[in-house]
Write a protein that binds this ligand. Structure first.
Ligand code: NAD
Length: 340
């Protein structure tokens, strides 16, 4: 049994749930918008399936519903944010807006965040900058999932890397990828729904390949490109953890099953003006994409897509439809909304 619900109604329900858990209207709205966006772009692993987790962490005082977020301006371009254990969506929203405004003033905005939490999809924030014709990148670390190359214990998160650029069309270039073969949320959702995961993405705790989601969560996830992916995960841990003052080196807590303290995740946002070095960036990016798109294609491929094109298409299609909520998640939402 599933329920299809229109976005506006869903948004009001989510805002009401977050408010009941102590968030201000503004923070509840920011968080609800991020969850709905994840559903619309076809990433349910980062949408409603995480609502209960965020609420559980607020109830256990591991997410601060009324954070006193401090922004320290280091220069006109650079800022350091202490998110005071806010829900990650709010910290990231403040950080990207600060990076955007600094980049518009000076050409580049560099914003580091510490004491934050899981912020969902990186691309959601980068899109804000790209809509203003800016180039942007962001990094966040995440709870242990990947074993560093040569180790048998998981330590790095699935640590997504995100890069966005305007394209001279409505469809932004947004490369937003975990450095693991699949993101951990997909394994969580598979475990919740007793579904199998693809082969070649995880090992069980004994180091054997597995397609069992529960066993994969207890074992290790495989990085993209072997030691290269492990290296990228390490780079993200340095940029978003070591550099920012956030947790790093395997200390980011798993939001679903580690309630021993706040996550203290770190994020790093970099935004630059697209015409910083050349006056005709729009023309150049258009030409760049055109050159790549007209290459001969492998059999069965109709169009060479750039990163973000697939998500944009899903978003536009889903925007006209209701959001489909599986029965188990609907039950969680009803229970959370019933709290007084
Ligand atoms: N906050 C966290 O801790 C955390 C951790 C991991 C992942 N995430 C988020 O999860 C989301 C999903 O990550 P993912 O690794 O599953 O991404 P994915 O595998 O769905 O996509 C990765 C990238 O490949 C592009 N792509 C997909 N198909 C393509 C094609 N045919 N041609 C060209 N490009 C194509 C996509 O547009 C995207 O930019 C991301 O938004 C990421 O930020 C968050």
């Amino acid at each position: 049994m599933i329920l299809e619900i229109m976005q506006k109604k869903l948004k009001n329900i989510l805002i009401s749930i977050f408010k009941k858990h102590g968030l201000s209207y503004l923070h509840a709205k920011i968080s609800s918008n991020a969850l709905i966006n994840a559903e619309l772009v076809g990433a349910p692993s980062h949408g409603l399936s995480r609502l209960k987790m965020y609420c559980d962490r607020i109830k256990k005082k591991l997410i601060n519903p009324k954070p006193k977020i401090k922004i320290k301006n280091i220069s006109k371009s650079i800022a350091h944010i202490d998110a005071n254990n806010s829900i990650g969506f709010v910290a990231a929203d403040i950080a990207i807006k600060k990076a955007i405004s600094n980049s518009i003033k000076t050409g580049i905005g560099l914003v580091a965040v510490k004491n934050s939490g899981h912020y969902g999809l990186s691309g959601y924030y980068i899109e804000q900058a790209v809509k203003k014709k800016l180039i942007a990148m962001c990094f966040t670390n995440a709870p242990p999932a990947i074993a560093p190359h040569g180790a048998i214990k998981r330590l790095f998160g699935t640590n997504p890397i995100c890069f966005g650029s305007p394209t001279d069309s409505n469809v932004p270039f947004i490369l937003d990828t975990s450095v693991s073969m699949i993101n951990r949320g997909k394994i969580r959702v598979a475990a919740k729904n007793k579904k199998k995961i693809p082969a070649g993405v995880a090992l069980d705790k004994y180091g054997n390949p597995t397609i069992n989601a529960e066993k994969a969560l207890k074992g290790v996830q495989l990085p993209i490109g072997e030691f290269r992916g492990s290296g990228l995960a390490w780079m993200v841990d340095i940029l978003s953890g070591v550099l920012t003052g956030g947790n790093h080196g395997g200390k980011v807590k798993d939001p679903f099953d580690d309630f021993s303290g706040p996550q203290n995740i770190g994020h790093l946002f970099i935004v630059i003006k697209a015409n910083l070095f050349v006056g005709n960036y729009n023309k150049r990016i258009k030409e760049n994409i055109k050159l790549i798109k007209k290459l001969p294609k492998v059999q069965g491929v109709k169009e060479i897509l750039y990163p973000g094109q697939n998500k944009y298409k899903r978003y536009r299609t889903n925007l006209k439809k209701g959001i489909v909520i599986p029965k188990n998640i609907l039950k969680e939402i009803k229970k959370l909304n019933a709290i007084r």
